[in-house]
Design a binder for this molecule. Sequence first.
Ligand SMILES: [Zn+2]
Ligand SMILES: [Zn+2]
Length: 274
Amino acid sequence: MIDRSSPHVHTQYCDGKSTAREMVQSALDKNFVSLGFSSHALQNFDLAYALTPEDEISYIAEIKQLKGEYADRLPIWLGMERDSLSIADRGKFEYVIGSVHYFEPLVGEKTAVDGPKDLVRQLIDSTFSGDGFQLTLAYYKQLGEYISRYKPDIIGHFDLIKKHRTALNLFEEEDPKYIKAATEAMDLCVTGCKLLEVNTGALARSGAKEPYPSLKLLEYWRSIGGQVILSSDCHYAPQLDAGYDLGLALINNAGYKKAAFLGRQDDLFEWCDL
Ligand SMILES: [Zn+2]
Ligand SMILES: [Zn+2]
C-alpha cells in the first residue's frame, strides 16, 4: 500500500483551476500524508502559463501561510516545476521538479511540446524540417543535458513528448531508434537526479491511457538504479489522486518494491514498501 501524497500540484497562480487552499482540503479529504506545491516557475516568455515575479511572491507567501496553518494536520512543501528555460532561483523553494516543455522555434514564440497540436506541428515544420522524430531526439537531448547539469530533486514527466505521438506521427514506441534516444537520456538524467516521477496527470486531463513514463522506460530506469515517486500533476482539486491506481500498477509492474513520497517531517522524502 502506498502512502498517498503528490509533489506535483498546480494552482491558480499558474495554469491550475483550483486555489492552493482547495488543494489542501482535497488532500485532507483523500487522507494524504503530505502535499507539495509545484507552480510553473518564473520564465520570461509564455507568461500566462507560469508565475510572474509578482505571482511568485504571493505564491511563496500563501504556501508558507498554509504550511503554518495546517502544520498539525498535513505536512506541506513549497516546490516549483522548473522548465529547462526557466529563470527561477531554486534557493526560494524546498524542492524542484525539473522538466522540459519548451523549444525555441526558428520563427515565432517558444512552443511547448505538450501544447496545442497545431503549434507543435508548426514547430516541427519550421525547426525540424517537418520530421517529428527530430523533435523527439531534440527533446531527449535537452532533457538529459538539463537534468544532469541542474540536478533537480525530481525529474518531471520523462516522456512528455509522447503526448502528440500518434496525432503528429512522432515515433513508434517499439522502434529501437526511439528506445535508444530515451534510454540514453535516462543514462544522463540518472547522473543528476535519481528520482523520477510516475506522473498520472494526463489520464484525467487529456484522456491519456497510461502515465508517464511508459513501462519499458520505467523498467530501464529501475535497471540503472533509478527510483520513483508517484505524482498526479494535478490542476484541479477533485483530481488530486486521479489515475493513482494505474500509476501504482505501473510501478509494481516495473518491479519496484519501494517508492518515495514527500516526507512528513524534516526529510524531503520518505519511502514506503509496495
Ligand atoms: Zn510539466
Ligand atoms: Zn506540471
